[in-house]
Ligand binder design. Sequence first.
Ligand SMILES: [Zn+2]
Length: 160
Amino acid sequence: MKCGNKYCKETWDIHTNNRILKLHPTIQCSVKRFINEVEETYNMKIRITDTYRTYTEQDELYKQGRSKAGKIITNAKGGYSYHNFGLAIDVVEIKDKKANYDVSVTKKIAPIAKKHGLAWGGDWKSFKDYPHFDMTFNKTTEELRKLVKEYGDYKKIPLE
Ligand SMILES: [Zn+2]
């Protein structure tokens, strides 16, 4: 997708570029701009760790901290997360070849994400999800579940 913005190009990171391809086509350019503008502004290298998830993969994550070991990381079952429609990303900073999950990172980069139309999980009222950003197009996950059925593929849902 060509948008003409100077930041809409491949990012520094091959894993991030591959994961961006699994996002809904309508948000791919905005996400690239976000990652590239953060790099140019703060010299910070952001990696996307997660984009699209199937409903089954989401159900597995939901079990963590409930029927499975670990800490609760999501309140969304399969079909109830924007990740299930390719409309969400989770990020981490790569610093000295290590993952830096410090909240200060996402606090710092959230304004750039918002500039490119992404909402931040750190702004959520109850369960704060600091590494998470999404673009919902004012659609509920219920509406999106119906649209997936109607169009057969999350990437084909018309979103503007
Ligand atoms: Zn997320």
